[in-house]
Structure formats: C-alpha cells, structure tokens
Ligand binder design. Structure first.
Ligand code: TMO
Length: 314
C-alpha cells in the first residue's frame, strides 16, 4: 500500500465510522414546517428558536398566529405542523380531544415541569398582607386587600385572556364558595398582567393574578396560591364542582401525524428538543425584561446556547 492508498483506506474507514455513528435520513420535504405563535412570550420566542433549529438543518419554516385552543384541531388536520408548548393544565384537554379524533401525535415532553395558577407577588407574603397565604382559605378573610376600583367592593382575580381558560376561574370561585367575596377580571393580554403586577408592586398593594412557571417572574419571586389538589374530573367542564387548583403538570410537544414522514430529520430533532425551566424562563425574560423583539430574542438565545441545541440535530 503506498502513501496514497493508505490515506484513501483511512478515509474510507473514517467515513464508515462516521455513517455508523449517525443516522442517514431520507431528505426532508422543502415544504415549510408551519409553527404556530400564541400570546405569551416564551412560546413565541421558542417558536423562532425551534424554527431557527429547523432552518439550520436546511428546512423551510412558516410562522402563523393561532388560537391557543383551536390550534390542536389545526395540527390534526395539517394546517399547522407542530405545537412546541402544550401546557397540561390549559391545553391538555384540547390536545387529547384532537388526538382521540386522529391526526395529532405526542412528540415528547420537555424537562421543565409546569404550574399555571393564581398567585401573588412575593412581597404580599413577606409583608403579610393576607395572613395565611399561600393557603387559599386565607382569602376568605381579606377580600378588601385585593379590591380594585373596578371590582365592586369584591377582591379581584386578574385572570389571563378568556381564550386560555374560558370560565374556569369564575367556576372555581363558585366551587370554593368565594364568589360572594371575589370576582374575576379577564386581562386583554399577558402584558396587561405584567403591567398590573408592576403598578401594584410600586404601590405596595395586594394583587392576585394568573401566572405560570416557567416564566420570567420566577426570578422575582411569585407565590402560587395552594388550592385543594387537582384531580381528573374536578373541573366544571369535566363534570366536577370546580373546587380545585391546577395540576402540577407536564409541558409537551405535539405534531401532525405526517410530520415524521414528510420531514424525518426535522421530526427526529423535534422529538429530541427538551428545554428546562431555566431555559424557558430565559426566553421569556429576553422579551419581558430586556424588551427585545421575539425574533431578536430567539437569535440571541440560539447564538448563546449552541451547546444546548446542536445535539438535538445530531
Ligand atoms: C399557557 N400559559 C403558559 C399562558 O399558561
């Protein structure tokens, strides 16, 4: 063997090793992967993060604003390809209803655990504005602390947009027997919740809002109220009396059932994608604290976290 053939043989060997170590994918379709955007920050940033990951693999991507509940039907019938933040408490039922009809698949679970619940900022606890919190029964004795000019003398729960949970929170107040002392106001947007939390903090006043974790508020301290534990069927929509809190839940990914066939490499990467609470909190913070655009936040996140996402593509 001369120098030249030795080199070729070695090259062939490393080529063989290279192939056996990875997968060989059928080519992904050049048709765009359709990613939905919703109305809270981590979801939109993560849409562009995952879109950027797909683009790094040579795929085409489209983004469509989508209703947070109807999107599961849209994935089922193929108008939308994936959902990357399926929060158990808010969307679990819609996800599994669509799955039961056929056409949507479970593409794995993020590392982050989730909670979507009513709560108060840390100073409400520290300053003892409602003694006994975070136990929900403390609310019985301090509705005045949470009254606002528009709440008719009752304590106010500032709930998220009604498109997220329908009447779940008014039903919960009734189920717990708190509806004579508390009312629900629906925020027009997530930003309206953050604005109210900021102004209440400035004034040092009591405030109850819907919030969730992971979120940018994790860093500041937000205390979720402890309601009677969730169980399947406790909500009014599921046949119960509504007197329960939210589940400590999962965060899943969903896909149209054809995605593994049309885009096998992108689909495989999507099943490997798993973000932690910290990573999801960062994605939200880049927008809600640092005031970046969602697209710029995603670019910055991808640039700073190659060691996190590159392995998903390999
Ligand atoms: C679905 N959400 C994170 C807003 O609770």
């Amino acid at each position: 063997m001369n120098k030249f053939t030795r080199k070729v043989a070695a090259g062939a060997m490393s080529l063989a090793v290279g192939f056996s170590a990875g997968q060989v994918y059928a080519a992904d379709s050049s048709k765009p992967i359709v990613i939905p955007t919703h109305n809270w920050s981590s979801q939109v940033v993560m849409a562009y993060v995952i879109g950027g990951i797909f683009e790094s693999m040579g795929n085409n991507v489209d983004y469509v604003p989508a209703d947070t509940q109807a999107v599961y039907e849209a994935i089922r019938n193929g108008d939308v390809t994936i959902s990357h933040e399926v929060w158990q408490s808010t969307f679990g039922a819609s996800f599994y209803n669509a799955m039961a009809k056929g056409g949507i698949i479970d593409a794995g679970t993020h590392a982050a655990m989730t909670l979507e619940e009513m709560g108060v900022p840390q100073y409400v606890i520290d300053d003892n504005l409602c003694p006994g919190l975070p136990n929900w029964e403390a609310l019985k004795d301090c509705h005045e602390v949470f009254a606002t000019p528009d709440s008719g003398g009752k304590g106010r729960w500032l709930e998220g947009p009604q498109s997220w949970h329908g009447n779940q929170m008014p039903e919960r107040l009734a189920g717990l027997g708190l509806d004579d002392k508390y009312m629900v106001k629906f925020a027009g947007s997530a930003d309206a919740i953050w604005a109210e939390l900021a102004s209440a903090k400035k004034e040092g006043r009591g405030v109850i809002t819907f919030n969730w974790t992971p979120n940018f508020t994790d860093a500041d301290g937000f205390v979720f109220i402890e309601f009677p534990p969730y169980f399947d069927g406790c909500r009014v929509g599921d046949g119960g009396d509504g007197a329960c809190g939210s589940p400590k839940g999962w965060l899943k990914k969903a896909a149209n059932y054809k995605f593994p066939k049309t885009h096998p490499a992108a689909y495989t990467a999507f099943t490997k994608i798993s973000f932690t609470s910290n990573q999801i909190g960062q994605m939200a913070a880049l927008v809600d604290i640092d005031k970046m655009s969602h697209q710029d936040a995603a670019k910055a996140w991808l640039a700073a976290n190659e060691e996190v996402w590159k392995p998903f593509t390999q």
